[in-house]
Design a protein around this ligand. Structure first.
Ligand code: ZN
Length: 134
């Protein structure tokens, strides 16, 4: 794993939270992106080289909708930058971690991503992400 690339935060209302986090961080979000396959709309902030990704569900069966239903709004996942997400999946499986995604999938922000299952990471949902080549 390289650095923490971003911290994902589940929110109920993206517009309201964009205002809130702009005030909190002292900088506005720099983009909004919808990931249709995941049923989420995301916005991104950057402070000190680390991004904050706000996630709002776009439909009731979205993983974010389910998360908020169960736990309420709040920190949803930690994302670490990796050089090769496919290779990192193999390494972490060999380490005994349970993967949610054994095959990388497209995430927001031009990333190829894979999630580890929180049951083997002390309840923390961990994302590994790799910048997709242009
Ligand atoms: Zn993420």
């Amino acid at each position: 794993m390289n650095k923490i690339e971003h911290i994902g935060i589940a929110v109920s209302n993206l517009e309201e939270s964009n205002r809130l986090f702009a005030m909190l961080l002292g900088t506005p979000h720099y983009k909004i992106e919808e990931v249709e396959s995941e049923g989420v709309r995301t916005s991104f902030f950057e402070v000190g080289g680390v991004k904050i990704e706000l996630l709002e569900a776009t439909r009731p069966d979205s993983p974010i909708a389910k998360f908020i239903e169960k736990k309420g709004e709040g920190i949803h996942h930690l994302a670490f930058a990796v050089d090769d997400v496919q290779k990192s999946i193999a390494v972490q499986e060999e380490n005994g971690f349970a993967m949610i995604n054994k095959v990388p999938k497209d995430g927001a922000d031009n990333k190829s991503i894979a999630f580890l299952h929180p049951k083997t990471t002390n309840g923390v949902l961990v994302e590994m992400c790799q910048e997709k080549l242009a």
